[in-house]
Design a protein around this ligand. Sequence first.
Ligand code: THU
Length: 160
Amino acid sequence: MKQININAAFTVYQSTEELPEDIKSLMEQAVEIRKKAYAPYSKFRVGAALLLDNDIIVLGSNQENAAYPSGLCAERVAIFQSGSIYPAAKIIKMAISAASDTNKTTTPIPPCGACRQSIAEYESKQNTPIEIYFMGETGEVYKSDSIKNLLPLMFDKNFL
Ligand code: THU
């Protein structure tokens, strides 16, 4: 028997003020699209902004449904839109902002498990890492250099 340890590394910025200018701008776009979320049930709004290698920015917000599982997270709205419209483009960076209508989110809100798996698919497809920045409404911003920190031992096409 042996034990293995998998390290997950994150850079922590104290606030958006500490972010590099291009990421600050990407996060601002995530915040703006977050405000357009369709979240009448959870009142929890998420915005995602993707920077592609063709310099285009693709945005997404969560879209809920009265039949709850039929809704979709902001991250997947954005990455599926990117994959549909620009199938050859690589996703370089991703900014995520989440806020509740009922309480203030002050800690970084990470992508859910299903979104992590979807982001992993695109890293695997494009064979380059995606930088992921995530935050709440205010406060610290976490940065991961790749989905690998958020999804250790991830399942991908190499197992098929
Ligand atoms: N949500 C996202 O958009 N992204 C996540 O990674 C976590 C959850 C949405 C789904 C649902 O509309 C609401 O937040 C509450 O779960």
